[in-house]
Ligand binder design. Structure first.
Ligand code: HAM
Length: 423
């Protein structure tokens, strides 16, 4: 039996890679235009970092972490998200002395032991962005604007909804939690078993439940917006005013509480109706207090993470890998020797060409050229070699003409530069 990939872990195959590259490039260019710089973080950390950072009571820490002891008996965990790691690095490298806000982004795989389904994996990728050291509400709005600009750059903005909320200051949450418990406790019989468990651990998470049976109870639950302190309410007002000033459309969704414990004040999510249950494409919020809780300075912060698999899914089957502009077909060793150098020169100058090795019949090579989607075949047999010529065949029309071997690399580079060079 051949060995297969672990459940919930997938290969990104070459046909998909161009879409990934496009998504990553859009992220880099949008984030860098806003002044964010890349930081590359380790894939695993001390378990304690996530327990302290994300919250002991969260689903992530309780049920979803890949945690193991290394050979020296230390408990380490594959990162389930990037924020805690990024803040650990911020503290460890003394970033707080830099001009604020310190703007950082990172991209890469995350690991959560969740039940796999379409759009949900055990190894998945995020683009994660954090703005550290500034509480001004305009930072919240700019971070959200940048997220929407990322989707705009990919032509996805019209297919997504932005939801924003405020979950108040650290002081708001215990009071709201108590209000929620008062409301839910007498109605726990109407909730799903999962939600009954959440009532003990983190009643805010009940608001997030998607089970249809829970909805009537959840809909009438007290709104967190009614529990905000004056400061938190004002901060939210100002965030909204900045979003309005930029013409960014959003819905205020008081049920948007998010699954990580570190959030205060602004939270937001970008949702799609196109991916079934896995409707969140990105999420984030403010986490003032977290850096201090991790042993650092009292710097505030706000950020988000984009689920890259979900973005790639939304892009669908758009044009995949560029085909080679030409396949060079030597008919024998002498022609191969000549074409090896020509192919190398054309490639060095940026033209995508493939080379046969002179071992297959011409007919087979032409079939292969067609399957690769190349625009041209370049055929060189002993006769052509003797005349210092190659035969350039346009695959679509079958038209052929001679090209001097001397100028063949130039010709290939010229063809590659033509729009729609490959079919
Ligand atoms: P999160 O909401 O847990 O937030 O994850 C962000 C995004 O990652 C989700 O909206 C989703 O698109 C994607 N995602 C999460 N789990 C999976 C999965 N199992 N498979 C595929 N995609 C997934 C955070 O991680 C926070 N650290 C975001 C943040 C940054 N907040 C402040 N700064």
């Amino acid at each position: 039996m051949p060995i297969k990939a672990v459940r919930g872990v997938r290969d990104i195959l070459p046909a998909e890679s161009p879409r990934w590259q496009r998504v990553e490039a859009a992220g880099r260019s949008v984030f860098e235009a806003y002044g964010y710089r890349e930081i590359r973080l380790p894939l695993f950390e001390r378990t304690e970092l996530f327990a302290r950072g994300i919250g002991e009571a969260t689903d992530i820490v309780q049920k979803e972490m890949y945690t193991f002891e290394d050979r020296s008996g230390d408990s380490v965990t594959l990162r389930p998200e990037a924020t805690a790691s990024l803040l650990r690095a911020y503290i460890e490298h003394g970033f707080q002395v830099q001009p604020k806000p310190v703007r950082l982004y990172t991209m890469g795989p995350m690991f959560r032991y969740e039940r796999p389904q379409a759009g949900r994996y055990r190894q998945f990728h995020q683009a994660d962005v954090e703005a550290l050291g500034e509480t001004h509400p305009a930072v919240d709005a700019e971070v959200i604007a940048m997220l929407m600009d990322f989707f705009g750059a990919l032509g996805l903005a019209d297919r997504l909804e932005l939801h924003v909320n405020s979950i108040g200051d650290a002081g708001t949450r215990p009071a709201y939690r108590a209000r929620l418990l008062d409301y839910f406790a007498p109605r726990s019989g109407e909730l799903c078993p999962e939600c009954r468990g959440r009532l003990d651990r983190n009643p805010l998470r009940v608001l997030d439940c998607k089970t249809p049976g829970c909805q009537p109870v959840i809909e009438k639950a007290p709104s967190i917006l009614d529990s905000l302190t004056a400061e938190a309410a004002e901060h939210f007002e100002r965030v909204r005013a900045c979003l309005d000033a930029m013409g960014i459309a959003y819905t205020v969704t008081p049920r948007l509480v998010r699954g990580l414990d570190y959030y205060v004040r602004t939270t937001f999510e970008v949702l799609t109706t196109e991916l079934g249950a896995q409707n969140a494409v990105a999420g984030g919020g403010r986490y003032d207090g977290l850096i201090e809780q991790l042993g650092g300075p009292p710097d505030p912060g706000i950020g988000f993470a984009i689920g890259l698999e979900r973005v790639v899914l939304l892009l669908g089957d758009e044009a995949s890998a560029a085909a080679p502009v030409a396949v060079l077909i030597p008919l024998g060793d002498a022609a191969l020797s000549r074409l090896l150098g020509i192919a190398r020169e054309a490639r060095r100058r940026g033209a995508r060409v493939e080379l046969g090795y002179g071992t297959r019949k011409l007919q087979r090579e032409l079939e292969r050229t067609n399957r690769l989607g190349a625009g041209f075949a370049v055929i060189v047999g002993d006769d052509e070699l003797a005349r210092g010529q190659a035969l350039l065949r346009e695959m679509k029309s079958g038209a052929q003409r001679g090209v001097p071997l001397e100028g063949l690399a130039d010709e290939l580079v010229g063809l590659a530069a033509r729009p729609g060079a490959a079919r």
